[in-house]
Design a protein around this ligand. Structure first.
Ligand code: ADE
Ligand code: ZN
Length: 326
């Protein structure tokens, strides 16, 4: 009970969430109606009933169907604002959020409209809530290297508002090396990089994301636990893992939360953080992810603090040295 109060109230940094995966059914139906799009579900409840996944791809199919409601600058602004307003309840004081432009430009959405809607919401939200925000542009790994390079080119005019580039989408069959040249270019331009790895893919994808992509953080990375040499290396290099416990159970990486590798990784000295990924789809925001993981894995108070602290240490903005705190 005490731990519950502590978890709910402590300041948090969220480093792994997909804006497109933050659309609550109510918002999705509102945008669908505004844009005259048929979602293919009779009601918000019917949509919620479909949140029952076999694996990552079965989720991605629904996620891609859902993001079709996003067309205008206002839509992107409303989505981003809703997320920031919601996570204030969880005392998220710093958020680095992922946006995947290819999911939108492929449908004919204008890059500038999309980007500026998100950017303005992140700026306004930061001021309104007294928090810090940052944007990570995600490439989609099932698409081509050329398409990723095109996204990098389109992002160029907005470089000042981009913290990092990342990699998401269907992991199996789309190994990190496919994007080695794109990531080299991102790093050459001074951007930080992250990549989803070791979610459904093998530990080697985590290793290769570090060695071939040069990433600063790994998104998920939970299957690294199967490879003790890799675990030791992650700990030694202090490579942060942005773990999303509820996502991993909903997408059946683990049958139950009790089997999740988070505690083992943490106790082996890996810099584990807790995040929400796609909160409505997976059943909870960041506080719920902390609570579920704590209960199932018997995380101690000290471990909870460690994980929360890791979130700030792993952040790309030096949150502790923000002007207002100095
Ligand atoms: N896009 C949104 N959520 C994702 C996840 N969990 N893995 C890969 N790509 C994603
Ligand atoms: Zn993710």
């Amino acid at each position: 009970e005490l731990l519950h109060t502590l978890i709910a109230g402590m300041p948090k940094a969220e480093l792994h969430m997909h804006l497109e995966g933050s659309l609550e059914p109510e918002m999705m139906f509102r945008l669908a109606k505004r844009n005259g799009i048929d979602l293919g579900f009779a009601s918000e409840d019917a949509l919620r009933q479909a949140y029952d996944f076999q694996n990552l791809q079965s989720f991605l199919d629904l996620y891609y169907a859902g993001l079709r409601v996003l067309l205008t600058r206002q839509d992107f602004l409303d989505m981003t604002t809703a997320y920031l307003d919601r996570v204030r309840q969880d005392n998220v004081v710093h958020a680095e959020v992922l946006l995947s432009p290819q999911g939108h430009t492929r449908r004919g959405v204008d890059f500038a409209e999309m980007f500026c809607g998100v950017r303005d919401a992140l700026r306004e939200g930061a001021v309104r809530h007294g928090m810090t925000t940052g944007l990570i542009i995600g490439f989609q790994r099932h698409l081509t290297e050329e398409s990723a390079f095109e996204t990098l080119r389109q992002s160029e005019p907005y470089a000042a508002d981009i913290l990092a580039f990342g990699l998401g989408g269907a992991e199996l069959g789309n190994p990190p090396e496919k994007f080695a040249r794109v990531f080299a270019e991102c790093r050459a331009r001074g951007f930080r990089t992250v990549a989803h790895a070791g979610e459904e893919g093998p530990p080697d994808y985590v290793r290769d994301s570090i060695d071939l992509l040069g990433v600063d953080r790994i998104d998920h990375g939970v299957r690294a636990a199967e490879d003790p040499a890799l675990v030791a290396r992650l700990a030694q290099l202090r490579v942060p893992l942005t773990v999303c416990p509820q996502s991993n159970v909903k997408l059946r990486v683990y049958d139950t939360m009790a089997e999740h590798s988070l505690a083992a990784l943490l106790r082996a000295g890996v810099m584990v953080t807790i995040n929400s990924d796609d909160p409505p789809y997976f059943g909870g925001y960041i506080t719920d992810n902390f609570l579920d993981a704590q209960a199932a894995l018997n995380l101690t108070e000290a471990e909870i603090y460690r994980i929360a602290r890791n979130g700030f240490e792993a952040a790309f903005i030096d949150v502790a040295h923000r002007d207002r705190l100095v």
